[in-house]
Design a protein around this ligand. Structure first.
Ligand code: MG
Length: 269
């Protein structure tokens, strides 16, 4: 050993190697793993998740309750959190614990803008049913006002698959038809991540959506192709990260209740 370190060059090489061995793993750990992985397994310094009161399940007779940290979009009495797409107050029908589309009144949207979110919606199509195909209990949940998750009476009623209930309209048919009968309350639990654009307006992440209808997975994190439309697939154009949520008036009195949102914090690209 004495001979090895006898020269200045050898001592300098040994020192440089030691520094590299100590620093490089640390640098890789920080830059590669990211801040979220700075905690070791079972690290008790990891921040504790907030404690909330979870939602209670809805039944046909009971709309249930939102979780304690949700943004409630309908309080059961009025549409104060909504406005008409045409401008002015939301002119839809409000009943006992629900509201319904008023044919001809036009779409409504939330006053608050939302992007990445968990969304809960309950809806019921008219009973007795009326019409067929797309002309049967048609409405829709427009995420960011642009991406429609179809609301339709698809119970023993056939239409084009990417236009039935739970479809990403015109893009993705649902995995299964999990519809309940007309007049029965149905649930959508939607996990949505909006698109992202570069500062120059280039699309760098498509919107993604997962839909659970009546407790059944119908859309599994599908990549939305762009704004939804009828016989058209528009390209993405740059949008803010958050836009109002809209509900469609398709000339059928579809009922809604127990709508709430939990915003999802930004996640790494
Ligand atoms: Mg629709």
């Amino acid at each position: 050993m004495h001979k090895v370190f006898s020269s200045f060059r050898a001592r300098r090489a040994f020192l440089a190697a030691t520094v590299c061995l100590l620093l490089i793993p640390g640098m890789l750990w920080v830059t590669h793993a990211g801040a979220a992985q700075k905690y070791v397994e079972h690290d008790r310094t990891y921040p504790q998740p907030p404690v909330i009161t979870p939602a209670t399940c809805s039944t046909q007779d009971n709309a249930g309750n939102p979780p304690s940290d949700a943004i409630v979009l309908f309080n059961g009495h009025d549409l104060s959190n909504w406005e008409s797409l045409k401008g002015g107050p939301a002119d839809w029908t409000v009943g006992d614990g629900y509201f319904a589309t008023k044919p001809g009144a036009g779409d409504i949207r939330t006053k608050q803008a939302f992007g990445d979110m968990q969304l809960h919606v309950e809806w019921a199509t008219p009973n007795p049913p009326h019409g067929e195909d797309q002309d049967r209990g048609n409405s829709g949940v427009f995420l960011m006002g642009l991406y429609e998750i179809q609301v339709l009476d698809s119970y023993h009623s056939v239409t084009y698959p990417d236009g039935q209930a739970s479809a990403v309209y015109g893009q993705y048919p649902p995995q299964v038809n999990a519809c309940r009968a007309p007049g029965e309350w149905q649930t959508y639990d939607i996990i949505f991540h909006g698109p992202r654009f570069s500062d120059e307006g280039t699309l760098i992440r498509r919107a993604h959506v997962t839909v659970i209808q009546n407790g059944v997975l119908t859309q599994d994190d599908v990549a939305i192709m762009g704004p939804t439309g009828h016989h058209i697939r528009p390209q993405y154009t740059p949008t803010p990260d958050k836009l109002p949520l809209a509900l469609q008036d398709h000339n059928h009195p579809v009922r809604y209740r127990n709508l709430w949102v939990r915003e999802i914090p930004e996640r790494p690209m």
